[in-house]
Design a protein around this ligand. Structure first.
Ligand code: SF4
Length: 185
């Protein structure tokens, strides 16, 4: 908490605070988080719980976006904001608040069609989708002396391999993938 206040004081605003909501674990804190944004330039980003290896996934732990939003609206007025085509969150101002809230609805209202994300892992692999196990090693190619044109070809091929949408939740539960903490968010 001190670190967050220090980041705001240092001018890192608006500051994004990611909250992965897990039913029975922290869903009772949703309204507290929204209240925290009253006098702070923070963007609370409520993220639906997603299945990854070793993250104790259970379907019952998922709190859908619609339920999070309905809960917040019992106490606060949410005003939709118009975002960019590639935004991953649904963004809302909160009436009377300096801060805002967003919802990352990966499981119940996925947004893969507009996704422009590419990730490079700490060990040098390009990963074109959080939920696709396929990766290409840019590190190995570079260490082998591959010219820029070859690196570009690898990146292009990763982009072209991006699927239109991630598989349904039931299939994701059994996908052999990196853990989220190894991907980096
Ligand atoms: S394409 Fe993959 S990384 Fe992009 S939004 Fe869909 S699941 Fe997430």
């Amino acid at each position: 908490m001190d670190g967050i206040e220090a980041a705001i004081a240092a001018g890192f605003t608006p500051l994004k605070i990611n909250v992965v909501v897990m039913r029975g674990v922290n869903d009772d804190e949703i309204l507290d988080f929204v209240g925290w944004a009253r006098d702070r330039p923070i963007n609370i980003r409520f993220i639906e719980y997603m299945p990854f290896p070793d993250n104790h996934w259970s379907t019952g732990g998922l709190m859908p976006y619609a339920q999070m939003r309905a809960l917040i609206q019992t106490k606060y007025e949410l005003i939709p904001m118009v975002g960019a085509a590639n935004d991953v969150g649904k963004d809302f101002k909160i009436a009377g608040h300096e801060g805002a809230v967003s919802f990352v609805t990966s499981m119940t209202e996925s947004f893969c069609g507009g996704c422009n994300r590419l990730r490079v892992t700490a060990d040098g692999n390009i990963k074109s989708c959080l939920f696709q196990p396929a990766e290409l090693s840019l590190r190995d190619a570079m260490r082998a002396g591959a010219p820029d044109v070859e690196i570009e070809r690898l990146i292009t091929s990763a982009v072209l391999g991006k699927q239109a949408a991630h598989p349904p939740m039931e299939e994701l539960m059994s996908v052999k993938n990196r853990n989220m903490i190894e991907i980096g968010g």
